[in-house]
Write a protein that binds this ligand. Sequence first.
Ligand SMILES: [Zn+2]
Ligand SMILES: [Zn+2]
Length: 229
Amino acid sequence: MKTIPLCCVIAVWLTLPSAAQVTEWQGEVRHSHRMGGCRGNLQITSRGIAYLTDHKKHARDWSYLDLKAVYIAPGKVLLSTYDKKKPFTLKVKEGEIPRDTMRFLLESFPKTLIVNASLPLPTTLFEIPASHRHRRGACQGILRAGTQRLTFESDQSAHSRTWRYGDVADLHSLHSFELTLTTREYQKFHYAGNRVFRFQLKEPMARSVYQDLWRRVNLGGTLELKARN
Ligand SMILES: [Zn+2]
Ligand SMILES: [Zn+2]
């Protein structure tokens, strides 16, 4: 059998363009400025998120370590970093960011993630029709809970969400027709204060279901932290 010298193997390996990096999605986007904007290509990869543009001053290449929080919707991405107060906002020019890319971030981005879409759950433990109360009015939808995530599918797509239990800071319920979620989503994303979602439930939620959710939000996080130490 013919053997390949080790030096050749190493040379080939070294010339591979970061073999481990997988591009999950890339597409044309627009970066909005106070006046006007610039255009470029957004790349979401297994290593991080990059914005490639001819407007060199605004080109970015973040590793996931550099990102404090990510907000992702079908048509836009907001990236919050440790060095800037305001998030970097990119709007998709054509089409949408696929749900598989959102799922990829849900499974791999370890910090605050806001997914502005209701993604199907692999297993639905319970679902309940609910009204999300706004300062004025409300939107209507369905709250669903799975083993790892909680979703709200709203008739106003801007209010649909998929939260990992770790993206919910707290939840409480005064009675069986009410549920309040305090999420890790910043109010208006870049201001201080966690966004609270108050739901009026259209069917009663059994105490045992509430306790199960409470455990997933509060003890799930604790167990994860313990496992990491
Ligand atoms: Zn720009
Ligand atoms: Zn709403």
